[in-house]
Design a protein around this ligand. Structure first.
Ligand code: CA
Length: 227
C-alpha cells in the first residue's frame, strides 16, 4: 500500500512515516499544502493522511479539489482541531474518517486497515471486485482462475475503475486521469470508447457476471452488483 502523509509537524510526520515503513507500507510525505496537493494529484496513492491546518493550501481545500477532480483514494483526516464543525466539514468534503491528535499509533493503524478494506485494496496492494483481482505490484490481472492479458492502457483503465468502484467514472475523468488530457481541446470520447470496448471484451464478455456497466450520458461504473 502506498500512503501519502500531508502534515506540517515534521516530528509527527516522520514518526508516522517510520512506524508505517516498519510495517512495510510505502510512504511519501509532504510538509505543506502545496506539496501535498501536487503529490496527491500527480501520483496514485491508496490512502492519504491529511492534516487540516497546513501552511499553503488548507487541508479542506486540498480535499475538495482532489474530489472535484475525481480522485477517490480514501482520506483520513488528522487534526488537532477537535471542534465538531471541522470534523463535519472534513467528512462533507469527502474525507472517509478522522483522527484527533494526539493519537496512539495502533489506533491510526487500525483506521488505516479499516479504510483499506473499505476501498477494497488489501494489504498487498491488490484491488478486488467479485472474482476480479488486479495486483498493483506485479500488474497481473485475473478473473477467477483465468489470467487476463491487458495492454498498458487497458490496465490503467481497469485500475482506475477498480479504485472508483461503485462510483460513476465520466469520460472527462478518464481523459484527464488516463490520457493526461487536461484541456480537452480535442474530444477523447471515441478513443476512450474503443479502449473500453476492448477492455470489456476481456474482463466481462467471457464471464457470466458483468462488472463494467455503461451509464448513458454519464460514463461507466464498475461494481459487483447492478447499481
Ligand atoms: Ca498542522
Amino acid at each position: 500500500m502506498h500512503i501519502l502523509i500531508i502534515e506540517d509537524e515534521h516530528k509527527l510526520a516522520s514518526a508516522i512515516a517510520e512506524s508505517l515503513q516498519a510495517l512495510h507500507y510505502s510512504v511519501a510525505c509532504a510538509v505543506n499544502g502545496e506539496e501535498g496537493y501536487y503529490l496527491a494529484s500527480t501520483q496514485a496513492f491508496d490512502l492519504i493522511l491529511l492534516d487540516l491546518n497546513l501552511p499553503g493550501r488548507d487541508g479542506i481545500e486540498i480535499l475538495q479539489t482532489l474530489r472535484q477532480a475525481g480522485a477517490q483514494p480514501p482520506v483520513l483526516i488528522l487534526t488537532a482541531r477537535d471542534g465538531l464543525d471541522d470534523r463535519v466539514k472534513g467528512l462533507d468534503s469527502g474525507a472517509d474518517d478522522y483522527l484527533i491528535k494526539p493519537f496512539a499509533f495502533p489506533e491510526l493503524h487500525a483506521r488505516i486497515r479499516a479504510l483499506s478494506r473499505r476501498g477494497r485494496i488489501d494489504e498487498n496492494g491488490k484491488l478486488h471486485c467479485a472474482d476480479l483481482e488486479l495486483d498493483r505490484l506485479s500488474r497481473r490481472v485475473t478473473r477467477g482462475q483465468q489470467a487476463l492479458e491487458l495492454t498498458g492502457k487497458e490496465y490503467e483503465l481497469l485500475e482506475f475503475l477498480l479504485l472508483n468502484q461503485g462510483h460513476i467514472v465520466s469520460r472527462d475523468m478518464l481523459a484527464n486521469q488516463i490520457w493526461g488530457e487536461r484541456a480537452r481541446v480535442v474530444s477523447m470520447d471515441n478513443v476512450i470508447d474503443v479502449h473500453m470496448a476492448k477492455l470489456r471484451a476481456k474482463v466481462d464478455a467471457p464471464f457470466v457476471q458483468t462488472l463494467i456497466q455503461t451509464r448513458r450520458g454519464l460514463g461507466f461504473i464498475l461494481a459487483d452488483s447492478p447499481c
